[in-house]
Design a protein around this ligand. Structure first.
Ligand SMILES: [Zn+2]
Ligand SMILES: [Zn+2]
Length: 131
């Protein structure tokens, strides 16, 4: 990574942010996962709050809960706040361990104003995470 980060790229990123919307029925976790895969994480809860603003503007407890879990940015939302359920994991042929797939399957769907993840994710327990 080097000199490619410039004003153009920032502008491209910002434009992407205002253009991107969750798909119909797409859940918070799948949306954030998809956006982080595509655009990376800017070390904020950018995509999570965008989802919240668009889908469920009153769900202000969401960020509070993330902060309480030390989830400070989007990539942690889908690594820490939520983790893929066993059913979507794939077996690594070398280590024989279950790992998250490179791309999550399409969202299993949630009701429109819901900030809960779909059936592909589970909410991680708060305990056991070193801050
Ligand atoms: Zn991040
Ligand atoms: Zn989903």
């Amino acid at each position: 990574m080097s000199s490619t980060t410039g004003a153009d790229e920032v502008e491209h990123y910002l434009r992407a942010v205002v253009e991107r919307e969750p798909q119909v029925g797409e859940c918070l976790a799948c949306f954030v996962d998809r956006m982080v895969a595509e655009f990376g994480c800017d070390s904020s809860l950018l995509w999570a709050t965008r989802f919240r603003d668009l889908r469920s503007p009153t769900a202000t407890a969401l960020e509070k809960r993330f902060r309480a879990q030390a989830v400070r940015c989007d990539c942690l939302v889908v690594q820490k706040a939520y983790t893929p359920v066993r059913e979507v994991l794939v077996r690594d042929l070398h280590t024989d361990e279950l790992e998250r797939p490179e791309r999550m399957p399409p969202c299993a769907g949630v009701r429109r104003t819901n900030t809960r993840p779909c059936a592909h994710w589970r909410r991680s327990p708060m305990a056991g995470y070193p801050d």
